[in-house]
Design a protein around this ligand. Structure first.
Ligand SMILES: Cc1cc2nc3c(=O)[nH]c(=O)nc-3n(C[C@H](O)[C@H](O)[C@H](O)COP(=O)(O)O)c2cc1C
Length: 419
């Protein structure tokens, strides 16, 4: 059976739709998936745990304090789990998970788990529309939690509107897609760079840029959530290390080049999202340069062009992704970069628009791949952008486009040579 080696934790919270979850479990078990169920107290008041025991052929966890279970069940239950789903997810569970509250087995296990999470909210229309619920869902979405539904229709309370549990086929599809995707990415190394490099002038001064690292961190985290092994080479970012990601901290362009070249060969995907300085002072003073009456002239030399070097060293099957921060002729310049540096995908972002790009929460990207397909994404959070970029990379890998693309437009090649 296709999913015989996969294991999922299924959290069931106290929504009236909990009875529907039994049918979903039955279908997933038939596909070979091992499912461990955790039920909240409210869920047990609505449906019996015996149904799920019978359907899964496994124990159902109901409390942190069960007499006959291990005192560390909340930690042990999350080990070797491919997916954690909460179906249905009540307004209460969504709020607790968003706030990091861990006051029962389900919420504690959710916090103890750092893999892929899917939730299917179901509740009364007004509960769903409440700004608190919407804000909580946005927090979870931003953390990479996959939210399926709710859909519209007649609700148990008699109201009509949004709040119904998404159709089971839709939820099942998303569960299988997440498991499938993890299989694709398992043990694959993804190398991501983030932040902005700093070139030392003297003991206290440097040439730098305002990159925060958010875009690269979002990509690293989204990849880790999909089960990939991720190395994040981070330059001067103050963001905390994302869960499940190996972080290598660097300062200068030169440091970044060494860290990247060391790991790039074994990576299936390399994404250069960092803003790497193009020039570095020819000479660096170990002491602070004293302020003088006259001016100060710095002589700069170029740094290593990491992306171009990666493009030259790219092996068959490897996907190389670059970012192009452009202040004018965005797409044209990005296309030139794609060709000149032998990239498979370039993510072009304008740097002259308010609230977009460098050091901001949101990004406005145009994705251009080596077959010329151009996607102009609307303004969205960097987490959402990361998902879109990863989807495109998966498409590129599955099309095998990254291997000697002979469908490149010849005039684009010429542009690059001329430029
Ligand atoms: C019959 C009944 C049906 C309920 N259905 C829902 C529901 O569909 N969605 C929801 O968010 N809450 C629903 N509630 C309220 C939750 O059960 C309540 O908020 C509870 O505290 C949730 O606990 P839990 O999130 O730990 O399971 C329902 C309550 C009752 C009594």
């Amino acid at each position: 059976m296709k999913f015989a080696e996969k294991r999922m934790i299924l959290g069931i919270s106290g929504g009236i739709a909990a009875y529907k979850t039994a049918e979903l479990v039955s279908g997933l078990v038939q596909r070979g998936l091992a499912i461990d169920v955790i039920m909240t107290q409210a869920a047990q008041a609505l449906v019996g745990s015996k149904t799920f025991q019978a359907l899964t052929g496994r124990g159902v966890y109901t409390s942190l304090w069960e007499e006959d279970s291990s005192p560390l069940a909340h930690i042990q239950v999350t080990a070797q789990t491919d997916l954690f789903a909460v179906i249905p997810a009540t307004a209460n569970i969504i709020a607790k998970y968003a706030a990091g509250i861990a006051d029962d087995l389900l919420t504690t296990a959710l916090l103890a788990y750092d893999g892929a999470v899917l939730i299917a909210p179901a509740m009364n229309l007004r509960m769903y529309k409440h700004p608190a619920t919407q804000a909580n869902l946005n927090v979870l979405r931003g953390r990479g939690v996959e939210i399926v539904g709710p859909s519209e229709g007649r609700l148990a309370c008699g109201d009509e509107g949004e709040g119904r549990l998404a159709p089971l086929a839709q939820i099942e599809f998303h569960i299988l897609r997440l498991l499938e995707r993890q299989k694709e990415l398992a043990d694959r190394l993804v190398l991501v760079t983030a932040g902005g490099t700093r070139e030392k002038i003297d003991a206290v001064r440097f040439i730098g840029n305002p990159a925060s690292g958010r875009m690269g961190y979002a990509l690293a985290r989204a990849y880790a959530l999909r089960g990939a092994k991720v190395v994040l080479v981070s330059a001067n970012s103050s963001l905390p290390d994302p869960y499940g990601v190996e972080v290598v901290r660097v300062h200068s362009a030169d440091d970044m080049a060494s860290a990247v070249f060391e790991r790039a060969q074994e990576a299936q995907v390399v994404i250069m999202a960092a803003a790497v300085g193009d020039y570095t002072p020819k000479e660096t003073s170990s002491e602070k340069i004293k302020k003088g009456a006259g001016g100060l002239t710095l002589e700069l030399s170029p740094t290593v062009d990491i992306l171009a070097e990666l493009g030259k060293r790219k092996r068959a099957g490897q996907v190389l992704v670059g970012f192009a921060a452009e202040s004018d002729q965005l797409e044209e310049n990005a296309r030139k970069k794609l060709v000149a540096k032998n990239l498979d995908l370039v993510c072009a972002n304008p740097i002259n628009e308010e609230g977009v790009g460098f050091a901001s929460e949101d990004n406005l990207l145009t994705l251009i791949d080596s077959s010329g397909v151009t996607t102009r994404l609307p303004l969205m959070s960097k987490d959402e952008v990361a998902e879109q970029v990863i989807e495109r990379i998966i498409e590129i890998i599955s099309r095998g486009e990254n291997i000697s693309p002979d469908n490149l437009l010849s005039h684009e090649r010429k542009d690059a040579e001329d430029g």
